[in-house]
Design a protein around this ligand. Structure first.
Ligand SMILES: Nc1ncnc2c1ncn2[C@@H]1O[C@H](COP(=O)(O)OP(=O)(O)OP(=O)(O)O)[C@@H](O)[C@H]1O
Length: 841
C-alpha cells in the first residue's frame, strides 16, 4: 500500500503474527474451558460428555494474554510494532477475530479507563510526528486513493474554504474540535505516552482516517455526510471496492478526513460509531453486526535540500496505512436464537468469515506448492484486504477467546484457524529513503535560523558587541591578522573630548579610523569567511550528529527489538527447560516402568516354563490312567456282550418254539375252531367289559378274542371286541367331507389269505367294495367314503394280531381321491389261559 514510486523497496517475508487474548470470566458461575500457560500456550479442555472424554488440546501463539492482562501490555506487543512500521512507510493490517462477546471491541477500542488499541495508536502517532506535522490541506486526497501536494497558498485557500463551509453549515459558529461531540469515553482517557523515535525528521507528515463497515456483504462509509445534521442522518449508500493504478484496493468515494490530533480522530470515530450496525443478541448486549475497519493513513513527503520547505514532488510522497479491523463475532444461530434480519446478518457474517478462512487456507496451500485461485472476490471483506494477503503489508491477528464452556465449540474453531494462520508467510515491502538530500537538513536549518536570529539580535545591541569583542579578543590567537587587529585595538585613540571644538582629538580619531578602516574591512571579510567556514563546519557537525543520532536511534531500536527477542527466547528457553525437565522426569519414570515390566516378564517366563513341565507330567499321568480305564471298560463290555448274546440266543429259541406252536394252531381246521368258540358260550356280538377276565373253555388251546371297540369301530358295525386301538397324531379329515355313517361305503383292502370271515378277527362293514374290484379312479370316488386296510400277522408274543388302518376317502381337485388315515385298530387273539399282563408261560 506504500504509494511511493521513486523510492526503493525491499521485500522481506514474515509469518502472520497471531496473538491470543482470554476474556475474563463475566459470570462467576461460568465454568471455564481454557488455561493459559504463559507466555505462548493455551490449553483448551474438551467438556466431558457420554460420547467424548474431556481431553486437553494445546495451542501455541506468539503471545497469549491472560485474563487480567492490561490494555497497555496488549498494545505494546500487538500494535506498537505496527505503528512503528506505519511511521516508516510500512502498511499493516490488524484483525480482531473471535466469537461474539469474546472481547474484540474491548481490545480494539476499549473505554476511558482502559483505552484499547485504536486510541493508543493515534496517541503514539501524534506523539511521534507532532513537531513534523504539515499544515492541513498541503496533502490533498485525489479521490483515486492517492494524494496531491499543494503549495502553502493553495492549502491556505482550501483551509479558508473549509472553514467557511463549516461555519455556514453550523449557522455561523466556528468549529471547535475539542468541544465537538467526541466520544465521551475516549476523550477522558489517559493518554498513551509512548512515541516512535526513529522517524524521518526531514519529512512532513499528515494523518488521514476513514471509517467503513462491511455489513451484509456491502461496504458502507460511516463518515458519509459527516458534517451534515447528525440528528437526521441519511441512510448510508453501499460503496464499491476498486483497485487503484498501483493495484491497491480502496473504497471508492469514501470520506477521508485529515486529522491533526487524536481528539479530532475520536470526534470522527464517534460520529461513525453512532451509525454502526449494532444490535442486542442473546450472547452480547451490544453485538457488532458488521465488520468495522478504521483506517489510519500516514502521508509523508521530504523537505527540500535546505530543509526549509516541503518538496512539491508527488513521486516523493509515501503513503502507509494501518487498518484496524474489528470483525463481527462468529456465532451459531442455534445459540444466538436469531431470527429474521438478525439471522440474515449472522449468515452474512459467517459467510464472510468463512471466505476469510478459505482465502488464508488456500494461501497456505499455494505456499506449499499448490496453484489455486484465491477467492478474494467472494466477500467484500477479503476483497478489501487483498493487497495485504498479496504481500503489501504486515498482517497481525489478535484472537479473542471466551473461557466459557458454553463457547467451547466456537472457541475450538477459532483457535484451530488461528493456529493454521501463523503458518502463512507474508511479504512486506520496506521503503528505503533515497531522496538524495543530506539527512538532518531540517534540524540543521532550524539551528542555523536560530543562530542567525541570535546573531542579528547581538548585532543590533552595541553593548553586546563590545562585550563580545572583549570576550573574543583574548581568544583570537597569534595569527598576523589577529596581531594587527590587536595592535589596532591597542592604538585606539583616547576619545576624550574636553570641549566642543576639540578638533585635535577629532582629527586623531578620524585619522585613526581612516588608517584602520582597511584593516577593519579586511578583518570583516576574514571574519565573514571564517564565519562561513564555521557555519559549514557547524552544519557538518550538525549533520554528523544527526546521522549519529539517527544511527544511535536505529541501533537502539534494533537493540530494543533484539532485547525483546532475547527476552522472548529466554522465556521460551525457560519454558523449554521446564518442558525438558518434565519430559526427563517422565522418561525416568518410563525407564523405571520398563525395568519393572522386564523383571515381571522374566518372572512370568519362569512361571510359564514351570507350568509347561507340570502340564506335560499331568498329560502323561492322564494318558496312563485313560489307557488303564479303556482296558478295563473293554473287558467289561466284552463280558456284558457275551452274557447278552447268550440271553438273546435263549430268548430266540423260546420265540421260535412259540412260533412253531402258533403255526400249529393256525394250521388247525378253522371250522373246528369256530365250533369250539360256539361251544364255549361266548356270543360273537356280545360286548364284554375290558377288565372282565376271559371265560375259560374246555378247549383251552383255542384263544378267546377280547376286544373293546372304539366308537368309530362300533359305527362300522363292529362286533364284541376289546379295542387296543391307539389314535395316531393324524389330522382328521375335513368335516365337510363326512357323510352319514350309515351311508359310508368302505373300500376294503385286505390280503387274499386272512382268518376266515365270521371270526371275531373280522371287522363288520355294512357297505363295502373290495379294492381288487376297482378298475378306474372313478370307482374309488363313486360313493366310497371310508378306507380300511387290514393286515394280519404274529405279534411279539407269537399271538395272532389283526391291524385295521382306517381313513376317510377325500376327493381331490384333479378328480382323483386321497385317503387320510385317522385310526388304527389292533385286534388281538390270545390264549385264555394266559394272563394279559404276563408273558407267555
Ligand atoms: N479483557 C477484558 N477485560 C474486561 N472486560 C472485558 C474484556 N474483554 C471483554 N470484556 C467485556 O466483555 C463484554 C463483551 O465484550 P465485547 O463487546 O468487546 O465483545 P465482542 O467480541 O466485540 O462482541 P461482538 O462480536 O458481539 O461485538 C463487554 O462488556 C466487555 O467490556
Amino acid at each position: 500500500m506504500t504509494m511511493m514510486n521513486s523510492r526503493e523497496k525491499v521485500f522481506n517475508s514474515e509469518p502472520i503474527q497471531v496473538f491470543c487474548r482470554v476474556r475474563p470470566v463475566i459470570n462467576s458461575s461460568e465454568r471455564t474451558c481454557l488455561k493459559v500457560v504463559p507466555p505462548c500456550e493455551i490449553h483448551l479442555t474438551q467438556p466431558q460428555t457420554p460420547s467424548r472424554h474431556g481431553k486437553n488440546i494445546k495451542y501455541t501463539f506468539k503471545e497469549v494474554f491472560e485474563e487480567d492482562s492490561k490494555q497497555k501490555t496488549v498494545f505494546d506487543l500487538v500494535a506498537l510494532p505496527l505503528v512503528q512500521n506505519l511511521l516508516v512507510g510500512k502498511s499493516g493490517l490488524l484483525l480482531a477475530y473471535g466469537v461474539t462477546g469474546s472481547g474484540k471491541t474491548y481490545t480494539m477500542t476499549g473505554n476511558a479507563e482502559n483505552p484499547g488499541i485504536m486510541p493508543r495508536c493515534l496517541d503514539v502517532i501524534f506523539n511521534s510526528i507532532y513537531e513534523y506535522q504539515a499544515k492541513k490541506f498541503i496533502f490533498k486526497p485525489d479521490k483515486l486513493n492517492g494524494f496531491e501536494l499543494q503549495s502553502d497558498a493553495d492549502a491556505k485557500l482550501d483551509r479558508d474554504h473549509a472553514l467557511l463551509s463549516h461555519i455556514s453549515q453550523n449557522k455561523g459558529s466556528r468549529p471547535k474540535v475539542d468541544k465537538l461531540n467526541s466520544d465521551p469515553d475516549l476523550l477522558g482517557r489517559s493518554r498513551d505516552s509512548s512515541r516512535v523515535n526513529f522517524i524521518d525528521e526531514d519529512n512532513h507528515y499528515a494523518v488521514f482516517v476513514t471509517y467503513v463497515e462491511v455489513y451484509n456483504n456491502n461496504v458502507y462509509d460511516l463518515l458519509e455526510d459527516l458534517y451534515s445534521d447528525a440528528s437526521r442522518p441519511k441512510p448510508l449508500q453501499a460503496k464499491i471496492v476498486r483497485e487503484d493504478s498501483s493495484h491497491n484496493m480502496y473504497v471508492h468515494g469514501v470520506t477521508e478526513v485529515e486529522i491533526s490530533s487524536p481528539e479530532e480522530a475520536f470526534e470522527v470515530f464517534y460520529k461513525g460509531q453512532k451509525r454502526k450496525h449494532i444490535a442486542q443478541t442473546t450472547l452480547n448486549t451490544e453485538s457488532s453486526r458488521a465488520h468495522t475497519v478504521f483506517n489510519i493513513r500516514v502521508v509523508q513527503a521530504p523537505t527540500d535540500e535546505n530543509g526549509e520547505t516541503l518538496l512539491l514532488d508527488k513521486k516523493q510522497v509515501i503513503v502507509s496505512q494501518l487498518s484496524l479491523v474489528d470483525l463481527a463475532g462468529s456465532e451459531r444461530s442455534v445459540r444466538t436464537k436469531n431470527t429474521g434480519q438478525r439471522l440474515r446478518e449472522a449468515g452474512n457474517i459467517n459467510n464472510s468469515l468463512l471466505t476469510l478462512r478459505t482465502c488464508l487456507e488456500i494461501l497456505k496451500e499455494n505456499q506449499n506448492g499448490a496453484n489455486k485461485m484465491i477467492p478474494y472476490r467472494e466477500s467484500r471483506l477479503t476483497h478489501l484486504f487483498k493487497n495485504y494477503f498479496d504481500g503489501q503489508g504486515q498482517v497481525t491477528m489478535i484472537i479473542c477467546v471466551s473461557p466459557s464452556f458454553e463457547d467451547f465449540d466456537e472457541t475450538l474453531h477459532v483457535l484451530k484457524f488461528a493456529e493454521m494462520s501463523q503458518e502463512i508467510q507474508m511479504t512486506c515491502p520496506t521503503v528505503i529513503p533515497s531522496v538524495g538530500y543530506t539527512p538532518g537538513r531540517r534540524k540543521a536549518n532550524q539551528a542555523f535560523k536560530a543562530a542567525l536570529l541570535e546573531y542579528n539580535t547581538i548585532k543590533k545591541d552595541p553593548l553586546i558587541v563590545e562585550t563580545v569583542s572583549a570576550e573574543v579578543k583574548p581568544e583570537l590567537g597569534n595569527n598576523p591578522e589577529n596581531l594587527a587587529y590587536e595592535e589596532a585595538f591597542r592604538n585606539i585613540p583616547i576619545l576624550d573630548f574636553v570641549q566642543m571644538d576639540d578638533d585635535v582629538t577629532l582629527k586623531n580619531a578620524v585619522s585613526y579610523f581612516k588608517e584602520n578602516s582597511e584593516l577593519y574591512s579586511s578583518n570583516i571579510n576574514s571574519i565573514n569567511t571564517r564565519y562561513q567556514a564555521f557555519r559549514d563546519s557547524l552544519l557538518k557537525s550538525e549533520r554528523d550528529t544527526f546521522m549519529a543520532t539517527q544511527e544511535l536511534k536505529s541501533l537502539s531500536s534494533l537493540l530494543e527489538v533484539e532485547k525483546n527477542k532475547v527476552s522472548d527466547f529466554e522465556r521460551k528457553l525457560h519454558h523449554t527447560v521446564q518442558e525438558m525437565n518434565t519430559m526427563k522426569r517422565k522418561f525416568d519414570e518410563c525407564e523405571l516402568t520398563i525395568k519393572r515390566l522386564k523383571r515381571e516378564l522374566s518372572q512370568k517366563n519362569l512361571e510359564i516354563n514351570e507350568m509347561k513341565i507340570e502340564r506335560e507330567n499331568l498329560i502323561e499321568i492322564y494318558t496312563n490312567q485313560m489307557a488303564e480305564k479303556e482296558q478295563k471298560m473293554n473287558n467289561e463290555l466284552h463280558n456284558k456282550l457275551s452274557s447278552q448274546k447268550s440271553a438273546f440266543a435263549l430268548e430266540l429259541r423260546r420265540k421260535k418254539e412259540k412260533l412253531r406252536r402258533v403255526r400249529k394252531i393256525l394250521d388247525t381246521d378253522t371250522d373246528s375252531l369256530l365250533s369250539v368258540a360256539t361251544s364255549s358260550g361266548v356270543p360273537a356280538t356280545t360286548s364284554t367289559a375290558p377288565t372282565s377276565p376271559p371265560a375259560k373253555t374246555n378247549t383251552t388251546e383255542v384263544p378267546c378274542p377280547i376286544v373293546t371297540p372304539p366308537s368309530n369301530i362300533q359305527a362300522m358295525g363292529g362286533g364284541p371286541v376289546r379295542s387296543s386301538a391307539r389314535r395316531l397324531g393324524i389330522a382328521v379329515s375335513n368335516k365337510r367331507h363326512r357323510r352319514s355313517r350309515s351311508a359310508d361305503v368302505w373300500l376294503d383292502h385286505r390280503p387274499a389269505i386272512a382268518v376266515p370271515l365270521g371270526t371275531v378277527m373280522q371287522p363288520k362293514m355294512n357297505k363295502k367294495k373290495s379294492v381288487t374290484k376297482l378298475t378306474q379312479a372313478k370307482d374309488v370316488t363313486d360313493g366310497a367314503s371310508k378306507y380300511c386296510l387290514m393286515t394280519q400277522g404274529q405279534d411279539s408274543d407269537g399271538d395272532l394280531e389283526t391291524r385295521l388302518y382306517k381313513g376317510d376317502v377325500i376327493p381331490t381337485l384333479g378328480g382323483g381321491a386321497q385317503v387320510m388315515f385317522n385310526d388304527i385298530e389292533v385286534l388281538k387273539q390270545m390264549s385264555p389261559s394266559r394272563s394279559p399282563y404276563k408273558g407267555v408261560d
